[in-house]
Design a protein around this ligand. Structure first.
Ligand SMILES: O=C(O)CCC(=O)C(=O)O
Length: 258
């Protein structure tokens, strides 16, 4: 295993065999509640502060990217480049459990692609079933893998993410197969779990946000990773600030590839 991953606390056993088997078969995995109530409070306070501060510019870093599919998604608030917006967000790309899952899906050579906030607005947030890649891939030849960190309890009512288990293995793209990619899929599973939980989903599995039918935002952070031979969704070298560089370990900086 790469020295950087060992330094960040990843070992061969960080992910158990049952977890690996579940992820292999289904293309997603519940890592449990990795954020405490205290951590959630701090993160949400920081997110609120950033949303206020950035206003209309929130999420602007994503507009620069040729790789994003819905930069101006009307149904959701976004914040981007959280790597450079506070130490509260360091954990999202250095947590050993998340890194172990990324390594399991992408192999030893992977990096952070982007670290963004997405909040489905009340009454909105429905997305097509999609994959985060432009083509099909052979099983095992995965290019991208996402994690979603729940900042609110996720339920069927408030727009929980949906995943169609096993679709990372079927060599099919939802846009080619589904008459209506917005419609509920008979095999879809909703990620319903308490705030603080973290789910991994292989980005080649069909997935998407569902409609938030409540009057509150449904908030989450996505730490999204890609293989080292692929471009990042947000060019980390371009955005990295001295304050971030000075704060992070060499191993963490290597995950950003800066
Ligand atoms: O936030 C979610 O529930 C899923 C978001 C997603 O899949 C995306 O934005 O590509």
């Amino acid at each position: 295993m790469k020295a950087d991953l060992i330094e960040l606390g990843v070992s061969q056993t960080t992910l158990g065999q049952e977890e690996k088997d579940f992820l292999d078969k289904n293309g997603y995995l519940n890592l449990g509640q990795l954020l405490s109530a205290e951590m959630l409070k701090r993160i949400l306070a920081k997110v609120d502060h950033l949303l206020q501060k950035e206003g209309q510019m929130a999420g602007a870093e994503l507009m620069d990217s040729p790789y994003i599919k819905h930069p101006k998604e009307a149904g959701a608030d976004r914040l981007a480049d959280l790597v450079n917006k506070g130490e509260e967000f360091d954990l999202f790309y250095t947590h050993p459990k998340v890194l172990a899952a990324m390594r399991y899906v992408l192999g030893d050579d992977f990096k952070l692609s982007s670290l963004n906030y997405r909040a489905a607005k009340p009454g909105q947030g429905l997305q097509k079933l999609h994959v985060d890649w432009h083509d099909t891939v052979e099983p095992g030849d995965y290019k991208v893998c996402n994690s979603i960190w729940l900042l609110d309890d996720f339920s069927a009512a408030n727009g929980a993410t949906r995943v169609v288990p096993g679709t990372h293995l079927n060599g099919l793209l939802p846009q080619n197969e589904l008459a209506d990619p917005f419609a509920p899929h008979p095999d879809q599973v909703l990620i319903e779990a308490p705030a603080g939980s973290v789910f991994i989903f292989n980005s080649h599995a069909w997935h998407g946000g569902t409609n938030n039918q409540t009057d509150q935002y449904r908030r989450a952070i996505h730490s999204y990773f890609c293989r080292k031979d692929q471009p990042q969704q947000v060019d980390q070298k371009r955005y990295i600030k001295d304050v971030t560089k000075n704060r992070l370990s060499k191993a963490a900086l290597n995950i950003l590839e800066v």
